[in-house]
Design a protein around this ligand. Structure first.
Ligand code: VGL
Ligand code: ZN
Length: 213
C-alpha cells in the first residue's frame, strides 16, 4: 500500500443498478469485488463520488417539456444528454450502495447538486452557463494528502468514470481505470472506451492487480 495512491469509487448507487432509474446493465456485478477491495484496505486513500441531484435537475428529460430520456440537447453551447430522473437528493436510489461496506471511505464528493449544471466528473462540473467548469475540490483534497496516482472504478464506465479519469490525468495524476469494476450505461463499445482511455494516457487494469500489489 502506497500513501501516494488513492481509489476513487464513482457513483455506486442503487439508481445505476439493474432495476434502478438509470440502470447500467450488469452494474450489480461489480459489487462483490468492490466490497472485497474496500475491506482489504489496499488503498491509503479512498474517496467516493455520489451523484446527488435536486428535484427538477437540468439533466432530467422531465425538466424539458417534449423531450425524452437519452435525447441530446444543446445546453450553454455544449451537448447535454437528457437522462431519466435519477439520484434525487435524499432518495434511496441516491444512497451509497447499501450492499457495500463503506467503512474504509475517507470522503464523499457529492456532485450534480447545482440545479442548472450537470456533473459527470468527480473533479469539476460540466460547463455552466458562464462557460466555466466549477471545481468540486477533489484535486485539492488529493494533493493535500500527497496523492500522485489514482485508480478509478464504479459507474458508469463511459460517462462518470471516464470523465473523472480524464480530469484526473489532465490534472497531473497518474491514472488507471479498474476495468472489471466498471459497467457502461449506454450502447457504447468496450473498444471505443478503451481507445479513449489509451489516447488520454490512462491505464486500464484489473482489480486483481490492485489486491496483488
Ligand atoms: C451518470 C449519467 C447521469 C454516471 C450520472 O454516474 O455515469 N451518468 N448522471
Ligand atoms: Zn446524474
Amino acid at each position: 500500500m502506497s500513501a501516494r495512491q488513492a481509489l476513487i469509487v464513482v457513483d455506486v448507487q442503487p439508481d445505476f443498478m439493474p432495476g434502478g432509474a438509470l440502470a447500467c446493465d450488469h452494474g450489480d456485478e461489480i459489487i462483490p469485488a468492490l466490497d472485497r477491495l474496500l475491506r482489504a484496505r489496499v488503498m491509503a486513500h479512498v474517496v467516493a463520488t455520489q451523484d446527488w441531484h435536486p428535484p427538477g435537475h437540468v439533466s432530467f428529460a422531465s425538466s424539458h417539456p417534449g423531450q425524452q430520456p437519452f435525447a441530446q440537447i444543446d445546453l450553454y453551447g455544449h451537448a447535454q444528454t437528457l437522462w431519466p430522473d435519477h439520484c434525487v437528493q435524499g432518495t434511496a436510489g441516491a444512497a451509497l450502495h447499501p450492499a457495500i461496506d463503506w467503512a474504509a471511505l475517507d470522503a464523499v464528493i457529492r456532485k450534480g447538486t447545482d440545479p442548472l449544471v450537470d456533473s459527470y466528473s468527480g473533479f469539476r462540473e460540466n460547463h455552466a452557463a458562464d462557460g466555466r467548469r466549477p471545481s468540486t475540490g477533489l484535486a485539492g483534497w488529493l494533493r493535500e494528502r500527497g496523492v500522485e496516482e489514482v485508480f478509478v472504478c464504479g459507474l458508469a464506465r463511459e460517462v462518470c468514470v471516464l470523465w473523472t479519469a480524464q480530469d484526473a490525468r489532465q490534472l497531473g495524476f497518474r491514472t488507471s481505470v479498474v476495468w472489471d469494476l466498471t459497467r457502461p450505461v449506454t450502447a457504447t463499445t468496450d473498444q471505443a472506451t478503451r481507445q479513449t482511455l489509451a489516447a488520454h494516457g490512462i491505464g486500464c487494469i484489473d482489480s486483481g492487480e490492485l489486491r496483488a500489489a
